[in-house]
Design a binder for this molecule. Structure first.
Ligand SMILES: *Cc1c(COP(=O)(O)O)cnc(C)c1O
Length: 396
């Protein structure tokens, strides 16, 4: 795929955007659901679908065969419901009892860790025809948010007695599933299995996120929760090398200006880069407030006209500079690819994560709300979301 203008013709505003290939999301979901089958697949769309846009990705994932979606908080679930998505939505983070009425009216499936919340949900469900399905998280070694086996079994038995509550799921989350040594993960799985034998009436057990779905079918149990892999990335280079995952997100901008620098001129804050020879630099309107990290300065490469070009000087809040001396003919308006493919070259979130000493999850989830999202199907723009979508226009 050649980087080109996928922008709708009337596009205005700042020349930086993310392209989300919904065909890639669909293809990844089909692949993952196929590996997990007969287990159900929950597509994890927390954190605005790791920067990709929760509503568009959620719809695409459901169309491609996901059973439901997973988010981390009630607000994220509400966004999906407001968009008209009716599929099961798990809330895998902490829900305070004060959110019980909202959970019930939105029809979400919360993770429950206390009797206070169960009672609040039971009270909220009294006004509704359907019980609230709840999931219980078992602590098996991440030591974060789960309940120890005895406490979980006790809570499950008490919750089961309450009207308006249906105990639907029992799950755990792995601490080191993307590591080559799977011994700790297997021990976590074993604790889940043992505990589930004490509450055999809970129908749905789930523990696999991306890594385990790619590595071990046996861990799929009744359901899986996939995030990263659905966006086209592997949790670790060794996971799922046989899986043809397609990265869904490209981050692009247009060259806003081209300038000629004399030898010795410096670029950017702190003067961290100096021209060793006469240099042509391109101004790109993407900075760390867009999610393009400050630490990429003097390290990362972008793609212009199908060639790699280095980012020079520090990345600023709203823009960065690229040395395009070696790329012939760069002009204002040219498309710059910061993440994605252009001709034969590509820069992916793993490459950038390594530069910033982090993981691809953080690079993707860090792409901020200021960056417009363009949703592509069949290579054409299907819809666009911008920062102001949810703010009513004046006078309307
Ligand atoms: C984020 C999250 C996932 C998804 O993890 P990936 O590694 O991105 O697939 C699954 N389960 C829980 C509880 C999570 O918080």
């Amino acid at each position: 795929m050649r980087a080109m203008s996928n922008l709708p013709p009337e596009w205005g505003g700042r020349p930086v955007w993310a392209e989300i290939d919904l065909d890639a999301i669909a293809s990844n979901v089909r692949l993952l659901a196929g590996r997990a089958t007969p287990a159900r697949l929950y597509a994890v769309v927390k954190a605005n679908a790791y920067g990709h846009g929760a509503v568009a990705v959620g719809r695409a994932a459901l169309e491609a065969g996901a059973h439901g979606l997973a988010v981390v908080c009630v607000d994220e679930g509400e966004e999906l419901r407001r968009a008209g998505i009716e599929a099961p939505v798990l809330v895998v983070g902490h829900t305070p009892p004060s959110d019980a009425a909202r959970v019930a009216s939105l029809g979400l499936r919360p993770t429950v860790g206390s009797m206070d919340l169960v009672e609040a949900l039971s009270a909220a469900a009294r006004a509704r025809p359907e019980p609230v399905p709840i999931h219980l998280e078992l602590e098996t070694g991440l030591n974060r948010h789960g309940l120890a086996p005895d406490a979980l079994v006790a809570l499950a038995e008490r919750a089961r007695q309450l009207p308006g509550i249906r105990v639907e799921g029992l799950f755990t989350h792995f601490a080191a599933a993307e590591e080559g040594d799977q011994r700790f993960t297997r021990r976590q799985l074993e604790i889940l299995r043992e505990t589930s034998r004490r509450v055999p009436w809970i129908p749905e057990r789930h523990c696999s996120a991306s890594a385990s779905v790619l590595v071990d079918r046996e861990m799929a149990l009744e359901a899986v929760r996939t995030g990263l892999s659905m966006y086209g990335y592997r949790p670790a280079p060794w996971c799922g090398t046989d899986a043809d995952l397609v990265p869904a997100l490209s981050l692009r901008a247009r060259v806003a200006r081209v300038s000629e620098l004399e030898r010795g001129a410096t670029v950017g804050y702190g003067r961290m880069w100096a021209a060793a020879r006469p240099t042509r630099v391109a101004l790109v309107m993407c900075g760390y407030a867009d999610g393009y990290r400050r630490s990429f300065g003097n390290r990362a490469h972008v793609l212009v006209r199908g060639r790699r070009a280095p980012v020079v000087g520090r990345v600023a809040m709203d823009m960065c500079m690229v040395d395009v001396t070696a790329v012939t003919g760069v002009a204002v308006g040219d498309v710059v690819t910061l993440i994605g493919r252009d001709g034969e070259e590509r820069v992916d979130a793993d490459e950038l994560a390594t530069l910033a000493d982090t993981i691809s999850w953080e690079i993707l989830a860090g792409i901020s709300a200021r960056v417009p999202r363009l949703y592509l199907r069949g290579g054409a723009v299907e819809s666009v979301t911008t920062l102001n979508d949810r703010v009513p226009a004046p006078g309307r």
